[in-house]
Write a protein that binds this ligand. Sequence first.
Ligand SMILES: Cc1cc2nc3c(=O)[nH]c(=O)nc-3n(C[C@H](O)[C@H](O)[C@H](O)COP(=O)(O)OP(=O)(O)OC[C@H]3O[C@@H](n4cnc5c(N)ncnc54)[C@H](O)[C@@H]3O)c2cc1C
Length: 406
Amino acid sequence: MAPPGRCRGECPFSPDDQDGRLNNSEILNSRYDLAVVGAGILGLAHALAAVRSGRSVVVIDRDVQAVGASIRNFGFVTITGQRRGATWGRARRSRDVWVEVAEAAGIAIEQRGLLMLGRREDARTVLEAFMATEMGEGCELLSEGAARGRWPVLESAPLTAALWSPHEVRVESRTAIPRLAAWLAERWGVQFLRPAAVQSISLPLIQTSRGAVYADACVVCPGADLVSLYPEAIAAREVSLCTLQMLRLASPGVTLPGPLMSDLGLTRYRGYADLPEASALATQLAAQQPLHLEHGIHLIVVQSADGSLVVGDSHHYGDTPGPFAARAVEDLILDEFQTAMGFAAPPVVERWTGVYSSALEDMFMATPEPGVRLVMVTSGTGASTAFAIAEETIADLFGHSRESAA
Ligand SMILES: Cc1cc2nc3c(=O)[nH]c(=O)nc-3n(C[C@H](O)[C@H](O)[C@H](O)COP(=O)(O)OP(=O)(O)OC[C@H]3O[C@@H](n4cnc5c(N)ncnc54)[C@H](O)[C@@H]3O)c2cc1C
């Protein structure tokens, strides 16, 4: 189909324009079927679902380029370990969309799968229990010897068992998100108004710091901004903010089997942690690694095309993100790396923090006023679930496709 909206015919974006910016004068005072507030993964996913159902879309973001959680994360589209039920299902659907979109948009899939390293007997018990659920389908539970035989890099890793999940994909978020935005503009005619802060919504009027935009409907995906739009609706969900410390380590000189996690993840990821068998492991970890638990540390290690590793993370909760990244927290992450991997962590080459919205439920969609949906992922799962959430929102908002998508 031809791109919907105003970008019919020759697209005004140059191939070099990675942010999907457009001459703003063409957007101000124009009218769209849908305005999306926020150009993180959740906003972009909504733009995709809407254009695929035949709607014209404008995406508005206060930043010139993506700088939020969506580019600070691991880029790890995680399925195994997600909370049983809706979140796990959304992750499976979103993974399928990621694979389609990555190929179409020229986004590299950097890694596939997930290797969960169990180093305690109680961790093996949790992994065995997980394998007995429907979520274990397609996964393999390997003995210590089998895991070492398949992946020599685990030679010195202390293991009782290892779970291999084939379901995951990983992208390099800091390049994938701008590429996704550019592809939405080039291929689908999505228009981007940035930098522009949305100040108020009274459909069809969307008032921004740059001027007015008009739309029949609006989806607000504000990420970690809890105060600018619909603060009461957000407060009603008891949303707070979670700050994470992240590291990039130099290449260890070996290729990892895939993204890796350690025992600590078995008590954080709800797909394992909600199993009754996880309580013994939680008790053991509280006794053996109290500082790691105090700082919400669990280990995720992913590898980039140049061999370097993105390693994290910690979790500190509050109403405003703390500005400082503590060396002591970093040391705890590196300690877990060394213990789980069985070799010393390579030098740290980059550090950053990230912030995401957090609440008891993994996500919510609210209707603060007719025609408007407020959508937030309130757990660290947005890269894994955004595409499926967006399909649900667009179906809820419009009910049906206007025309079938190509
Ligand atoms: C360190 C870290 C690691 C993570 N790792 C993973 C992972 O591996 N896998 C996974 O699935 N998830 C992961 N997550 C979670 C995931 O990154 C988030 O759930 C997801 O990025 C949230 O996307 P978003 O689009 O809602 O938010 P954001 O990326 O924060 O985007 C929100 C956007 O909205 C804009 N905005 C807000 N209000 C306004 C306004 N009024 N006007 C204009 N613009 C506005 C902001 O400028 C921003 O660009 C991680 C998160 C962090 C921080």
